[in-house]
Structure formats: C-alpha cells, structure tokens
Ligand binder design. Structure first.
Ligand code: G6P
Ligand code: ZN
Length: 565
C-alpha cells in the first residue's frame, strides 16, 4: 500500500536510526573550497568536481548555515535523476538531520522536476528546496552535476542569498552530518532520521493535480482524439514520468507518444537541451515528416520547452507572445493577465502584445530569479525567456510541460495548425525575426577579451551607422527591480538601432567548459511587411555587422556558431 505523507506514521515503517538515535559527527575541512560560486542557476560543475572529497558536503553546509528557517523547517528535495542524484539525496538528508530540519519531503527515486519542486515548496510552506540538476547540461560521470537552491516562494534563490552561501563556503572549517541508514527511495514511504521526518512521496502527483486546475483537460483530450497526433521527447530526463501521466494517461494520447520517457543517469548519452540541435530527432520528425501535428521536448530538469508544429519551429520569444495573446483560452488565465515580463535578450514580440492588451511589460536580466518579485507582487502573470523558458504565477520556476499544455489548450480552442497560429499572430502583431548564435567552449580569455573590447567600443557607437541603420543606444544592460529597488549591473551588451532592431552580446552564465558567447539578433517587420523570410536571411545584415565589429570569427577561431536557434 502507498503511504501518503499526510498519514499517521505506522511505527513498523520507521527506519532503525529513529529508534536508536543517529550519531552526529563533524568533519573538518583542511582548506575551504574557493570555487563554489553559484552561477545563473545554482552551483554547476562537472560530476568529477562534485566527487572530490567533501565538495558536495561543503556546499550543502553553506546552504544550511545560510538559508533562513532550517531549524524546525521543512525542505523539498529531489532532482532530475542524473548521475549523483541518489548520493546527493543521502548526503543532504543526513546533513539536514544534523542541522535540525524537522521534515524533508523527497520523491520516489529522487525524481522531481524543477517546476514540480517549486510547487511542492509553495504547497507545503517549506523554507525552500534543493534541486539536484545541471539543467540542460549533459549528465553521467563525464557530464555535469548541479545543486540549485530555491527559497520559500518556490523560486530560485535571490542573488543576496547565493552570494551569502558562497561567502559561507569560502570560510567553512567543518560540516555536520549524522550517520544513518540510507533511506529507500524506491516507493513512497514515511521515515525518520533522528527527529527529522523524511517523507518519500510520488513526485508527479501534486504537479499533475496543479495542471488539471490550470487547463481544461477535456478540451485537450478532444483535440488529441481528433486527427491531431502529438509527440513528446523527454530526452531520457525528468519529464518522462510526468509527460506519460499527463499525455498518455489523462489526455488519452497513445502509448509511445512520450519518447525517451525513462529517466537515465546519463540521459542516454544525449544532451538534454530542447533545441533544434540537441533534440534533432524530434525536430526531424516535425520539420521533415508528416506523422505529427505537434511536437515538444523539455530539458533535463523539466523547466525548458521547445514547441514544434508540422514543418514549423516556434521561436521561444514568439511562444511567449502567443501564450500572452491567447491566454484567455486557459481557465487559469481567463480573467486576463496582470502584466507580462521577458528577459532582456528575449525578443520584443510580447511587448507588442502587452501594448495591445494594455498591460505592463517588464524587461529583466537573464535568469528566472528576476521574475520572482514581479510574480510575488502580482505585477505579472506570464513571463518568459529566449532560452526556451516560459512560465506563470502558478509556480516560481519556468515550466516546460505547462507550456506544452498551454499550447495544446490554444490549439484545442483554435483548431488550426501550429503554423497557422504563428502566421495569424504575425499578421496581427508583426513579426520579430529573431535568432541566437552560440559559440560554445571558447577559451575563456578569448571570450572575455572579445566582450571587454566590445564593451569599451559601445559609447563611441551611438549615432554611428551599423548594419545599414543608425545606432540609437549602446550600453551594458542594468536593471532596477521595480518591487524592491535592487540594482543589477552588467547584464549584457546591447546595440539598439533606430528602427527597433538590435544585437545583444552576452557570456553564458551556465556553461562549464570554457566560455560560451551568445549573440542575440532581432529585427521587426510590421504586419503588412514580408513575414515569410528565413530568419537567418532577414537578420543577415545584423549578423555580418556584429561579426565585423566584434571580430567574432577572428577572436573565437570559429567559422560559424556551434548552435543556431
Ligand atoms: C538557466 C536559467 C534561465 C536563463 C538561462 C540562461 O536556464 O534558469 O533563466 O535564461 O539559464 O543561460 P545562459 O547560459 O545564457 O546564461
Ligand atoms: Zn532546466
């Protein structure tokens, strides 16, 4: 029988340590680690780095010493199933008991997507969560591992907290843990380590219930029943069990709709990043095949999404704009949107929609944490990023499967193809041609050299010609949070042109090998213009312009980008 976490604990199910009381120990560190600075999304390093003696423990100690409310608090814990997940859960449980947590809620086999974790934090009024994932980076002994910390609102920890964790890790002399038996994660159950309760719950159930509240499953089911075959690629990562329950279970899609649906420690050797390069098999099915009307994929930890239609790729910036323009078809958003937000490098497609809807549109730095205050304050309902992330106020993370369901809801209402949704959107709002060019694994000094040189050139560019237009503004983006007034500087170089086109250059905050240079290109074509160009063609002037100005090919030694989105 499955035991739910809210049931009384039968004493026969208590682990032995609860009766005998676990031994508490302190482990001294010879020297503290000095490289545990969390990036855009938690501490992300190679699995090998995480396997150094005391490395994981040191970072977890820094979290437990810094996160407010640990003593007596509830923590949500789980991960995307990658190599290292089980060991980390065991370590965190034993360290959590030593730090006086009263309860940890973890999940069967430690499988918990990032959005589902966010929901559990909120639903259980937890002090926060620890999510074990390096998101879309490869996994396995030769891949990456990561530890993400979320706060009590369910969102990624604010920079003030991650900075404090980093400072703590640099001064750490020891960490505490208890010796206890490994908690079995195969089935739901109720356990204890000393005075700390450990509830192993089904990590899918609560999330699925939440989705059922947001969307009209009956209508989506009707769509799928008609001639509208869908396919979903879980990339052997965390969303497999969620997607199977949602699509093949509740929505009646045939078995096999969810491909690569079993989470594997190395994601089957793949790179769990849902884009045209790393989800090439799915892209091929939709872009070149005729079998499916709709395709989607999510990343390692389930917060990113890629949406495809037959012969059609939905750019993430357009996806956000389309969700905003059609939000009223979903029961959760039928009453309208409070406002929307996008990250700075995301195209302004959603801005145009917001203007028509007469709602606020905020431009934030890259990173989901910057949406947190706006969501908490009720200033926005939807938000999204060019990096394949979209979400709403239902949790405080971006949410891959939520976006998939939202698209299906729109298609169920509109009863047309994905391509039709796109063209109708553009003919109403105009089209923001958009592309991102990534140059991966560049030698760090080359990348920084290029970036610093370009930054130093920006003041002189204003008023000068660029790509056949005139530069109206050129700066390093900074953000002043409208809710708490906090300032964030140096968030990416922007070259804004008088006709609304722009080029943005950033260095990735999530890579682990060398540096990744991202070039974001955007130009606007009004609704009466030519809406059917290849984006690479429409953006050619900007592509050539930035290469000449920033000497990208010369300084990276690369003829072309590693990934073009
Ligand atoms: C993670 C964050 C996103 C962010 C992205 C940027 O996925 O959750 O909010 O947009 O990283 O990654 P980058 O590699 O461009 O810094
Ligand atoms: Zn992710």
């Amino acid at each position: 029988r499955l035991i739910r976490f809210d049931e009384e604990l039968p004493s026969s199910l208590m682990t032995s340590s609860a009766q005998t009381g676990p031994t508490q120990r302190q482990v001294h560190l010879n020297t503290p680690f000095n490289d545990q600075k969390p990036g855009t999304s938690g501490l992300r390093k190679s699995s090998k780095q995480f396997e150094q003696t005391n490395y994981l423990e040191s970072f977890i100690e820094a979290i437990f010493q810094t996160l407010p409310g640990v003593e007596g608090g509830t923590l949500i814990l789980g991960g995307d199933g990658r190599y290292g997940n089980h060991r980390a859960i065991d370590v965190i449980l034993r360290m959590g008991a030593a730090h006086g947590l009263s309860r940890v809620i973890t999940t069967t086999n430690g499988i918990l997507s990032t959005p589902a974790a966010s929901h559990l934090i909120r639903a259980n009024k937890a002090i926060g969560g620890i999510i074990l994932s390096a998101s879309h980076n490869q996994g396995g002994p030769d891949g990456d591992f990561g530890v993400k910390v979320n706060g009590a609102n369910g969102g990624p920890a604010a920079e003030s907290l991650t900075n404090a964790i980093y400072a703590c890790s640099q001064a750490l002399e020891k960490y505490s843990l208890v010796d206890a038996d490994v908690i079995p994660l195969e089935t739901p159950g109720h356990h204890a380590i000393g005075g700390m309760t450990v509830d192993v719950i089904d990590g899918v159930e609560d999330y699925v219930e939440l989705m059922q509240k947001l969307f009209d499953f009956g209508r989506i089911k009707d769509l799928i029943k008609t001639d509208f075959p869908v396919v979903f690629d879980a990339m052997h990562a965390v969303t497999g069990p969620y997607a199977k329950r949602l699509l093949e279970g509740l929505l009646g899609a045939p078995t096999g709709t969810v491909r690569n649906g079993v989470p594997l420690e190395d994601f089957g050797g793949g790179h769990p990043d849902p884009n045209l390069t790393y989800a090439a098999e799915l892209a091929d099915l939709l872009l070149n095949g005729k079998a499916y009307s709709f395709g989607a994929a999510c990343d390692g930890d389930g917060d990113r999404n890629m949406i495809l239609g037959r012969g059609c790729f939905v750019n993430p910036s357009d996806s956000l704009a389309i969700l905003a323009a059609n939000a009223n078809v979903a029961p959760a958003y039928a009453d309208g949107l409070a406002g929307v937000a996008r990250s700075m490098p995301t195209s302004a497609a959603v801005d145009v929609v917001a203007k028509q809807l007469n709602i606020d549109c905020f431009e934030t730095p890259t990173g989901w944490k910057f949406f947190g205050n706006l969501l908490d304050a009720g200033r926005i309902t939807l938000c999204g990023e060019e990096s394949f992330g979209t979400g709403s106020n239902h949790v405080r993370e971006k949410d891959g499967l939520w976006a998939v369901l939202f698209w299906l809801q729109i298609l169920a209402e509109r009863r047309c193809s994905v391509a039709d949704v796109m063209t109708q959107h553009w003919s109403r709002f105009g089209r923001h041609y958009y592309s991102r060019h990534d140059y991966e694994a560049i030698a760090s000094e080359n990348a920084h050299g290029l970036y610093n040189r370009l930054e130093s050139m920006l003041p002189r560019l204003i008023g000068q010609p660029f790509a056949g237009r005139q530069v109206s503004q050129a700066d390093n983006f900074s953000y002043s949070d409208p809710v708490d007034g906090s300032e964030t500087q140096s968030q990416g170089l922007r070259i804004l042109l008088e006709d609304g086109s722009r080029v943005v250059v950033r260095l990735s905050g999530t890579g682990t090998k060398g540096a990744t240079l991202r070039v974001y290109l955007e130009c606007y074509e009004p609704s009466h213009g030519n809406l059917n160009q290849d984006p690479q063609h429409a953006l050619a002037d900007l592509i050539n312009g930035i290469d000449a100005l920033a000497e990208i090919q010369k300084r990276t030694g690369m003829q072309r980008p590693t990934v073009i989105t």
